[in-house]
Design a protein around this ligand. Structure first.
Ligand SMILES: [Zn+2]
Length: 423
């Protein structure tokens, strides 16, 4: 039944297109391959599931360190606009459109039932804390690390109203990390801060089951991370004067090194982002190349989220770095599958072992565009894009049918299993 639903889900997009478009969709997808892809239990490398809460409980707000409900207006992309036929169809498909009844019926199992509907076995959950209702190993924790980079006041870093809200949220999260680390006030020296707050927090995350640390850096500053001298960072930490960027960069490198030691990957938001002030140029994944080329960081695995769109093409070349991976989250929701398929094809022809499926399921505008609907559309779109890319490679005689199936299993689950050491 689930398999049938998923084949239907894959073709849902076809059905909502005009008849001539639907015909070309079918011509571009090998149906046997599409069925095979629909049947694979996926590992979703990047998502923001919302924790099921009871009616008398405070609604969950830990699904992001920087919730996007307060951003400066932007011109919305077509697939995510209110009334988007894709979202409405997804809403009707999930629990037959009655999420309230499903929440009552399933209670703490609600989020698991959502995963079942998408044929997603494991979802990497970007959350401040995992919390009840999102049980491991179906949900694996990805914690947030940006806050640790800003031990000094951030007023001088704020460039617009969005960043004002973001930095306030990071300050709140840093306070939480201080408390959880048992540290009452800013330690006197940078070494003490790195040991008592930063390392302590990372070790706590690891102990709590985290498989990666996530950086939403692109919402706060550019991804150009320097390699400053320790003395420069120490001076800024102690005096509050000088180049704050040097201190941030030094702390980032400490975190990246620690993540390598602890066996946690480092996740970066790369490419386009939300809000009318977001710096697309500042989130170009090419800015990360010096990190990937740093011999001291070769034990740390980096994952470029969102396939770096619109820099997907450039990102292809970065896959040759031994510790660089990518997922195609968010573009599975925001971009049309025919577009995503072109990116995927280039990556699969180049270094297919480093390409990870992901949704970026996010509660943009519940109830119609909750994490469930966004996950549903992204899951269907991602699998369709994969089917399109592999069909094209098949028909150009680049790969056999057998290899196409193997590549599908790699992208949808085996690459992630290897990267995170999952069963
Ligand atoms: Zn995300």
């Amino acid at each position: 039944m689930i398999r049938l639903l998923l084949v239907l889900a894959i073709f849902l997009t076809a059905c909502t297109r005009a008849p001539e478009q639907a015909a070309s969709f079918n011509a571009q997808i090998d149906t046997q391959l599409a069925a095979e892809i629909a049947s694979i239990k996926a590992i979703d490398n990047h998502a923001h599931p919302v924790r099921p809460t009871a009616a008398n409980e405070k609604p969950d707000n830990e699904y992001d360190a920087l919730p996007v409900d307060s951003l400066e207006a932007q011109s919305d992309y077509v697939r995510g606009r209110p009334g988007s036929p894709l979202l409405l169809a997804a809403h009707r498909a999930i629990f037959q459109g009655d999420k309230v009844a499903a929440a009552k019926t399933y209670g703490q199992d609600y989020a698991l039932k959502v995963l079942d509907q998408l044929n997603i076995e494991t979802m990497l959950a970007n959350r401040v804390a995992l919390g009840p209702g999102l049980p491991s190993p179906r949900f694996l924790w990805v914690a947030f690390a940006d806050a640790l980079m800003y031990p000094l006041p951030t007023d001088s870093l704020v460039q617009n109203s969005d960043q004002k809200a973001f930095f306030a949220l990071e300050a709140k999260l840093l306070t939480r990390y201080y408390t959880e680390s048992g540290v009452a006030a800013k330690p006197a020296t940078l070494d003490q801060y790195l040991d008592q707050v930063v390392r302590a927090t990372l070790e706590r995350h690891k102990k709590g089951g985290a498989v990666a640390e996530k950086f939403e850096m692109a919402y706060l500053r550019s991804l150009a991370i320097g390699n400053p001298a320790k003395s420069a960072a120490e001076k800024v930490y102690a005096t509050g004067a000088g180049d704050y960027r040097a201190l941030q960069d030094y702390i980032f490198r400490f975190i990246a090194l620690e993540c390598g030691r602890l066996g946690m990957a480092v996740h970066f938001h790369t490419g386009a982002g939300g809000g009318g002030y977001f710096s697309v140029g500042g989130s170009n994944p090419m800015l990360l190349e010096p990190l990937f080329n740093d011999p001291t960081l070769r034990k740390t695995n980096f994952v470029m989220l969102h396939g770096g769109w619109p820099f997907a093409h450039e990102e292809t070349a970065l896959l040759t770095k031994p510790n660089a991976y990518l997922d195609f989250s968010a573009q599975t929701f925001m971009n049309d599958p025919h577009d995503v398929a072109q990116n995927l094809r280039a990556w699969l022809e180049y270094v297919p072992e480093k390409v990870l499926f992901a949704t970026d399921a996010y509660a943009y505008a519940p109830p119609d565009a909750g994490w469930e609907e966004v996950g549903y559309v992204a899951n269907a779109g991602g699998r369709e894009a994969l089917a399109r890319a592999l069909t094209a490679m098949l028909r150009d005689h680049e790969i056999t049918h057998e290899r196409a199936g193997e590549l599908a299993r790699m992208v949808l689950r085996n690459n992630a299993r290897k990267l995170y050491g999952l069963n």
